[in-house]
Design a protein. Structure first.
Ligand SMILES: Cc1cc2nc3c(=O)[nH]c(=O)nc-3n(C[C@H](O)[C@H](O)[C@H](O)COP(=O)(O)OP(=O)(O)OC[C@H]3O[C@@H](n4cnc5c(N)ncnc54)[C@H](O)[C@@H]3O)c2cc1C
Lengths: 109, 414
């Protein structure tokens, strides 16, 4: 069972209280973008076996969207943070680096 | 390797079963093959088999990181049907279903294909309309299906509660020649034939890197050394994104866990497969008497081959309402597999940005039924560069907006 802490209301919620929203930090492409950019934005997804950044919604709680840094191979959670950022906060990146030596944020984006 | 027959069983009975040979060889990898297939699940092995059988390409290796069929092929609930909505899907799934009919004879291996009939319950007005539409589409595609009323549902499967308070059964889409097969036997049967044709099926050999030169694939790096190849087929289901990453391209795929469970064995009580898409569960009875149950997939990326308990609860709750008699059954085992989900819920059988590198993936929650058809088409694609069965399932369909939308037709995971 996956348990995440909502960064807004501070509640530790299990997955039945949450709605998964897919990959986080996608760059949105709008009118004037190329076909490749649209395709990438709409369909191509990072699908790492390891560190992953995701959007989640505290659906049966405060209702807000937030981000989570998680490991898809071990189900370890490195941290959750508000959704209004383009990059994960430093403390989340540090938490990942200590657990996964050699890991770098740029490898993901 | 010896032909399997009733006579062979009798003969062996008279000599203490000492004459049986290994079903396939376990060779050391060679330095180079014309074709290397990554992944010895049903799709990878079927691809190798039809490369040899239909196209005469036999200098082939199938590399498997674990054991034969230990991925989703050995973890699925074995439902076989071809009642899809879109023409391209009906073509490949019906090809597969047709091949299943004679697969035991073709492979000389009993895959226990049992065309016992598959019924997809309509429990809302929308589903009634949707399934009527599918039945009409299937009639045009030459796939034998029929929309039946609740009376006939009850006749075919007496243990269903058709007057359920919340979701009464309003009818069903019935495919009389759908059914089940023995999943392991499908992998083993293909592996045995591949080995017999002189192909190398190599277990405990994980691909950890893909080598290219001048934009074309040149070989793979494995835990048992480097292997060169002329063409490479990636057929690794949930790990497709991981391997695409090694070759330097992305796929429109996300990997999630899908679970199934079986009950204690009970006396025969159900001789059809029933799927209930609205309440999200499906069930059939195995030849051993266990009720085989499956439901929905997790909503988040996961490589752990474990599912969440909440999904089991959801599935079982739904099925108890539809089949009240199972409410006191004990569940014996539960397991998960990592399924490869695409945006339109249809597979990808395609060339890639890397020359001579092909992918067969995206079968998601429902690719067991497709194994023979997928192997047939993908072998043709790899041998000739094109295949009518695979034509619509190219990677470029996402960029061009030519989706093969089966997310409605295949509402439940199976
Ligand atoms: C619980 C569950 C129920 C299902 N129910 C049904 C059903 O009722 N009907 C139906 O039609 N479908 C069903 N499916 C879907 C079906 O199981 C799959 O679509 C199908 O088996 C996929 O076969 P495959 O050969 O592509 O993949 P797999 O059988 O998963 O084979 C891929 C293989 O690749 C290997 N591999 C991965 N990475 C590497 C590497 N780096 N190097 C070497 N080898 C590697 C894996 O070990 C694995 O053996 C179900 C799936 C699950 C999980």
């Amino acid at each position: 069972m996956l348990i995440l802490t909502c960064p807004y209301c501070g509640i530790r919620c299990d997955e039945t209280e949450l709605a998964a929203g897919g990959e986080a930090h996608l760059k949105r492409f709008g009118p004037g973008s190329s076909d490749e950019e649209f395709e990438g934005y709409l369909f191509m997804r990072a699908n790492p076996k390891g560190v992953h950044f995701e959007r989640w919604r505290h659906a049966y709680g405060c209702g807000k969207w937030f981000h989570a840094a998680r490991n898809t191979a071990t189900l370890e959670v490195y941290g959750t943070y508000p959704a209004q950022v383009h990059e994960p906060p430093q403390e989340v990146l540090d938490a990942i680096s200590t657990r996964v030596p050699g890991w770098r944020w740029k490898d993901v984006s | 390797m010896g032909h399997y027959s009733a006579l062979a069983v009798v003969r062996e009975a008279f000599r203490d079963h000492r004459g049986w040979q290994r079903a396939w060889k376990s060779p050391e990898p060679r330095r180079r093959y014309d074709v290397v297939i990554v992944g010895a699940g049903g799709h990878g092995l079927a691809t190798a088999y039809y490369l040899g059988k239909n196209h005469g390409i036999r200098n082939v290796a199938v590399l498997e990181k674990g054991w034969l069929g230990g991925g989703n092929t050995g973890r699925n609930t074995t439902i076989i049907r071809s009642n899809y909505l879109q023409d391209a899907s009906a073509a490949i799934y019906e090809k597969a279903r047709t091949l299943y009919e004679t697969l035991s004879q073709d492979l000389n291996y009993n895959v226990m294909f049992s065309p016992r009939g598959v019924m997809m319950l309509a429990q809302t007005e929308h589903e009634v309309r949707g399934y009527r539409r599918t039945a009409h589409a299937n009639a045009l595609q030459g796939v034998e299906t029929e929309f039946i009323g609740p009376g006939r549902v009850k006749e075919l499967c007496p243990i269903i509660e058709v007057r359920g308070p919340r979701y009464p059964v309003l009818g069903a889409l019935w495919q009389p020649r759908g059914g089940t097969a023995r999943h392991d036997a499908v992998a083993w049967g293909y592996a045995r034939k591949c080995s017999e044709m002189g192909m190398d099926v190599i277990q405990q050999c994980e691909v950890t890197g893909i080598r290219t030169s001048g934009g074309d694939v040149s070989g793979v790096v494995t835990t048992r050394g480097d292997i060169d190849c002329g063409k490479l087929g990636i057929v690794v289901a949930g790990h497709s994104g991981h391997l695409a990453d090694m070759a330097g391209f992305r796929l429109p795929i996300e990997s999630v866990a899908l679970q199934a469970l079986v009950s204690e064995p009970i006396k025969p009580c159900m001789d059809v497969v029933v799927m209930a898409n609205t309440v999200h569960g499906y069930m059939s009875q195995s030849d051993k008497g266990e009720m085989v149950i499956g439901g929905g997939a997790d909503g988040f990326n996961n490589y752990t081959q474990r599912g969440s308990f909440s999904h089991i609860e959801e599935t079982v709750r739904a099925l108890v309402e539809t089949f009240p008699m199972i409410s006191r059954l004990k569940m014996l085992r539960q397991w998960g597999g990592i399924v490869d989900m695409t945006g339109d819920r249809s597979p990808i059988l395609s060339g890639t940005p890397v020359g001579n590198l092909f992918v067969n993936c995206g079968w998601g929650t429902g690719g067991f039924k497709a194994i023979p058809g997928s192997g047939w088409g993908f072998a043709e694609l790899m041998a000739k560069g094109e295949s009518p069965l695979c034509a619509e399932f190219g990677l470029d369909r996402f960029r061009e907006g030519r989706f093969i939308d089966e997310s409605v037709a295949a509402g439940v995971a199976h």
